[in-house]
Design a protein around this ligand. Structure first.
Ligand code: C2E
Ligand code: MG
Ligand code: MG
Length: 675
């Protein structure tokens, strides 16, 4: 995995793990605090229940004494003396007057009457029992803290295994409690004392309850924690999938769209302006083919790192596809923006000087200024990010690598091209079905005899709405969207049909060449396919020539070689079209079975003041002759050019000097006239 991608995941992971760590710590602390908390609660509950029982006894004793005094006519002291006989172990009675003077006492412990008014911990509990009695907390052990209580519990635990479980009766706490017996005698108060004891048995039951409680709490907590951990992993993977680009390890397109929306959403009355940019690297596919896909990915990573460092506040970027990046830029004026972009493109190009990489930029300006334009801005901001990026892409699409211009702003003209493209794409299928594409033929002449020696099939779109559309306006669109393969099939069939008609009608037949686009070479059965098309009309293969542009000679050479060999085997003639325009394909001449070389129009354009052009043409013709190839010169418009080419042994001439592309009927007339 890429380093920066790892860091990014780490950052996100850290962010998402903190709540879980906090949750876990909270859980551990609660587990530790729980025994102390429970000990405290149990202590209070156990003491409380015993005190409540004592208070209850005092109440009952009060009722008993009152009824005895009423029924038997006994005095309070007599009745108390009667009660004393029934007192158990650990119980005492004490009788005082209003001033607290002891009138009678059964035991040694004397209630601390000063503390009688002191409300004990259990006030609420007792008041719930509706007991309106005064209580005396006779022992400071009642005030024992939860920690001390827990420590006492632990102390009383047996040190070794006790089979008889006598330890259950070990006393943990022993105290006593004084409660006033309500007798309703004026000036006399009667108090009742009873022991309050906690033994291990109580704690044992408490512990069992505690463990049960802990289990009930722990199991779901562990499950919850496991769930949190797994959801973090899931979240990590989802973040990975959602927002990271696999090739660069940086933000991906989804992130970019969201970020742009956020940035542009804030961009209301801002004085600065934004531009959506498409950064395009030329021939990334070729780069990968030459240096390997790993190097290609490393390059993308490098570009991404460079952009990350060079982004300013409020800007963002992401890779859109292949080596294309979308960038949202802030700018304070076109000149400054252009300056920045030139520097950016120069630095990116200089990143791998030895490997000859090059970039271009297309920009769509999202302006926000004042008053009138603001409405426009709002309208434009409503465009979705993809649409803005498509405009930027359309602008960079119009930049040619060899034109020397590398920055292009989206404008009306590009918009019109886009609209035209849409229109063409909408109509192309219907046009093919309605036979709006028509076969035109441009004659190729023998420069010596000045007679027609062949022809090139060129398509013309005769649209009922647009009139005649020249191929340059739709072929590039078809090449981009793949429709060109259907059109080429159509043209090959039309030429095959024409050849077979000429043959059947006994007319003069000349070889006709058809353009075969590079896109066709993706199918490995291309030779068989073309053969089937020709055979379906019974056309002679040797009268059909297939013109391939130089661009077709890039890509997989082995496949191309194989297809050309098969086509030759079927008897078709192969021509290399537009020779000399693209990258040098001299090497292709060595490896591929080419019969005809078509010198591009560019050879004969512009003035050839120092005669260097003539030398190039002369030597190219000589080279082709040595390789047993025929030479056709294209775009010949002047007599001197014809004479020169004839002198150099050029086999055929195609150009406006002799003839323009014409409909089939007209071409047939030209042939008849010659005859
Ligand atoms: P190409 O195959 O190189 O065809 C030659 C182009 O040069 C034709 O343009 C032709 O009209 C033009 N031409 C010929 N002689 C002269 C001349 O003396 N002066 C000037 N200025 N131009 C001359 P066209 O017909 O507009 O076709 C342009 C390109 O479109 C063709 O270049 C070819 O690449 C493509 N194309 C045309 N028809 C088809 C087709 O059916 N299939 C495919 N795949 N491509 C086609
Ligand atoms: Mg051609
Ligand atoms: Mg050509």
């Amino acid at each position: 995995m890429k380093k920066c991608k790892k860091q990014k995941i780490k950052r996100l992971y850290k962010k998402s793990i903190w709540p879980s760590i906090a949750l876990f710590l909270f859980f551990i602390i609660s587990c530790a605090a729980m025994p102390v908390m429970f000990a405290g609660i149990f202590k209070e509950y156990l003491l409380d229940s015993q005190i409540a029982a004592i208070e209850d006894d005092a109440q009952k004793a009060g009722d008993f004494l009152t009824s005895r005094m009423e029924k038997e006519g006994e005095s309070i002291l007599e009745a108390a003396a009667f009660l004393e006989r029934y007192l158990g172990r650990g119980n005492e009675l004490c009788i005082t007057d209003d001033s607290g003077r002891i009138l009678r006492q059964t035991g040694e412990t004397v209630p601390d009457f000063k503390q009688m008014e002191k409300v004990t911990l259990f006030e609420e509990y007792l008041s719930a029992l509706n007991l309106d009695i005064t209580r005396a907390d006779s022992s400071d052990a009642f005030a024992m803290s939860s920690w001390e209580f827990l420590a006492r519990c632990m102390e009383t635990l047996p040190k070794s295994y006790d089979k008889d479980r006598k330890w259950l009766n070990n006393v943990i706490f022993k105290g006593y409690y004084w409660a006033e017996i309500p007798v309703g005698a004026k000036g006399i108060h009667l108090y009742y004392r009873s022991d309050v004891v906690l033994i291990q048995k109580h704690i044992y039951f408490m512990s069992v309850a505690l463990v049960a409680e802990a289990v009930l709490l722990t199991v779901p907590s562990i499950l919850l924690f496991a769930n949190v951990v797994s959801s973090i992993g899931m979240q990590k993977r989802m973040v990975n999938l959602l927002y990271l680009d696999a090739a660069t390890g940086d933000n991906n397109w989804t992130y970019f769209q969201q970020r742009c929306k956020k940035i542009l959403g804030r961009f209301r009355n801002a004085s600065s302006t934004y531009a959506m940019m498409n950064l395009h690297m030329y021939r990334y596919g070729d780069y990968c083919a030459c240096h390997g896909s790993r190097q290609g990915e490393a390059l993308l990573e490098k570009i991404s790192s460079y952009l990350r460092v060079n982004m300013e506040c409020g800007e963002t970027f992401a890779r859109s596809e292949k080596a294309d990046f979308g960038i949202l830029l802030r700018y304070d004026g076109i000149k400054l923006l252009e300056k920045r972009l030139k520097k950016l493109l120069a630095e990116l190009t200089g990143m791998q000087n030895d490997k000859g990489i090059a970039f271009c930029a297309g920009l769509y300006l999202i302006e926000a200024r004042t008053g009138k334009i603001r409405h426009e801005v709002r309208r434009r901001r409503q465009l979705d990010i993809d649409q803005m990026y498509h405009y930027a892409e359309a602008a960079s699409g119009t930049v040619g690598e060899r034109k020397g211009e590398h920055i292009k702003f989206f404008d009306q003209q590009i918009l019109e091209q886009q609209l035209w493209k849409l229109k063409v794409e909408e109509q192309m299928d219907d046009a093919l079905f309605n036979r709006e594409f028509q076969l035109y033929l441009q004659a190729k002449y023998d420069p010596v005899t000045e007679k027609i020696a062949g022809a090139e099939a060129l398509v013309r779109w005769i649209s009922p709405k647009e009139g005649m559309i020249s191929p340059n306006r739709f072929i590039p669109i078809f090449e981009e969207n793949g429709f060109i393969t259907k059109l080429d099939d159509y043209m090959i069939s039309a030429v095959a049909k024409l050849q077979s008609e000429w043959k059947i009608q006994g007319k003069k037949q000349v070889p006709v060449s058809v353009n075969v686009s590079r896109a066709n070479f993706t199918r490995t059965d291309l030779a068989q396919h073309i053969c089937r098309l020709a055979d379906s009309y019974g056309a002679d293969h040797d009268l059909i020539e297939l013109e391939l542009t130089e661009s077709a000679f890039f890509g997989d050479k082995n496949i191309l070689q194989q297809i050309l060999k098969e086509l030759k085997m079927y008897g078709f003639c192969i021509a290399m079209d537009d020779f000399g325009t693209g990258y040098s394909s001299l090497n292709s001449l060595k490896d591929l079975p080419i019969d005809v070389l078509k010198l591009d129009t560019d050879f004969f354009r512009g003035g050839d003041t120092n005669g260097r052009g003539e030398i190039v043409v002369t030597e190219t013709i000589r080279l082709a002759k040595k390789l047993n190839m025929k030479i056709v010169a294209e775009g010949i418009e002047k007599k001197e050019q014809v004479e020169f080419l004839a002198a150099q042994g050029c086999d055929m001439i195609q150009g406006y000097y002799f003839a323009k592309p014409v409909p089939v009927g007209e071409f047939e007339k030209m042939l008849q006239q010659e005859a």
